[in-house]
Design a protein around this ligand. Structure first.
Ligand SMILES: *Cc1c(COP(=O)(O)O)cnc(C)c1O
Length: 365
């Protein structure tokens, strides 16, 4: 491809796909990120040549030179979105155009090449077409799509690589947290931060996740499901969780979420919640919330509910907040009404059970 926004994909169907019986057994209880479909999409990039060699092929290990730049300097970005069975038997995706845009914003921050949005969208269409039988038939099942790009050039010098590989894999998933929607316990890390001003917090890159694992381990040690990160400068203000944004719900029915100042990943679920809440007539302020304020407002009862949101877990209530110096509960520790109402609305739109006034649902098949 030279300059244009169109790329032809060569389609090489998997000659040995998983049998229908085996697939049905896998789909009965897919969990999250454990099972993968029969195919993947790959596209190569070389400086001066652009994107080329687009393929839909059997999912298989990718040969890699030990000097591939990504293994040393972590030039890698990814996306995550879902495909659903539509009520009429078709297949839809939720806001894939927003993922295509964000992929390029991440690419820019990591000095990686721009992938035309249409090529990104076409790759999603291709894998859904070829692996549509892998969308779980269950109520809360979906096909999680994972596009990613990494520096494949064989070179140890420190500079943006001249060669990249874009890959798209797909994974049938059930509910993210086992046991359905129940409030999670979060650990507020005092030790670790996720993103500093000027850093890569707003880019969806693997490196951010690598850096969050120590904090996540600390959370698990303390019996928590997820970490809440505070800002890296003052360690006072709430940024987000390791892979989810956060919302606060007050007794007047209004919502607050931290602003996108560069240290927070601009979640598409976050953006959708902002729109849904506004449509319900709620005010949503994007402003900093300090951890002290969170604790004080929870104690006074002014703060009623807190929830986390992202593609994988959709909207998840936060029930217990734990720190090295003590813990407190949100409300009675059960899921809040506003949280569950927003969740139900969002899921209904995603699954085609409700009107889609914002045009978020993208028809694939
Ligand atoms: C992906 C991600 C989110 C959620 O983004 P969605 O577009 O809603 O899935 C939030 N925080 C981080 C750090 C993320 O990587």
């Amino acid at each position: 491809m030279s300059g244009g926004d169109k790329l032809d994909f060569e389609i090489r169907p998997n000659p040995q796909p998983v049998s229908a019986a085996e697939r049905a057994a896998l789909l009965a209880n897919p969990g999250f990120g454990r099972i993968f479909t029969d195919h993947m999409v790959t596209i190569r990039y070389a400086e001066g040549k652009g994107w080329y060699d687009g393929r839909v092929e059997s999912r298989a290990p990718i040969p890699m030179d030990p000097a591939a730049a990504v293994l040393h300097y972590a030039q890698e970005i990814f996306e995550g979105l879902k495909a659903y069975h539509a009520a009429d038997g078709g297949v839809t995706m939720f806001r894939p155009d927003a993922n295509a845009r964000r992929f390029n914003i991440s690419a820019e921050r990591m000095s990686m090449p721009h992938l035309p949005e249409q090529v990104f969208l076409d790759s999603l269409h291709h894998i859904i077409q070829v692996d549509r039988e892998w969308i779980p038939p269950t109520e809360d099942g979906s096909l999680y799509l994972r596009p990613f790009m990494y520096a494949s050039e064989v070179f140890l010098g420190v500079r943006p690589a001249l060669e990249y590989l874009y890959v798209l894999i797909a994974s049938p998933v059930g509910a993210y947290f086992s046991g359905g929607v129940k409030p999670v316990a979060v650990w507020v890390s005092q030790e670790y931060t996720r993103a500093a001003p000027g850093g890569t917090g707003a880019a969806k890159c693997g490196g951010n996740y690598a850096a969050s694992l120590a904090a996540q381990a600390e959370a698990i040690e303390h019996g928590c499901d997820q970490v809440v990160f505070l800002d890296a400068v003052e360690r006072r203000y709430v940024d987000e969780l390791g892979g989810m944004n956060i919302f606060f719900v007050y007794d007047d029915g209004n919502l607050v979420t931290p602003p996108l100042t560069g240290t927070i990943l601009p979640g598409i679920t976050r953006d959708s919640v902002l729109a849904l809440a506004a449509r319900e007539g709620r005010r949503v302020d994007e402003r900093p919330v300090s951890f002290d304020e969170w604790r004080a407002d929870a104690a006074s009862g002014r703060l009623r509910e807190v929830f986390a949101c992202g593609t994988a877990a959709v909207i998840t209530p936060i029930g217990v907040v734990r720190t090295p110096v003590g813990e407190f509960k949100m409300g009675d520790g059960g899921p809040g009404e506003v949280t569950m109402g927003l969740r139900e609305q969002l899921v209904a739109i995603q699954r085609g059970r409700a009107d889609d006034p914002h045009g978020w649902v993208h028809r694939v098949l």
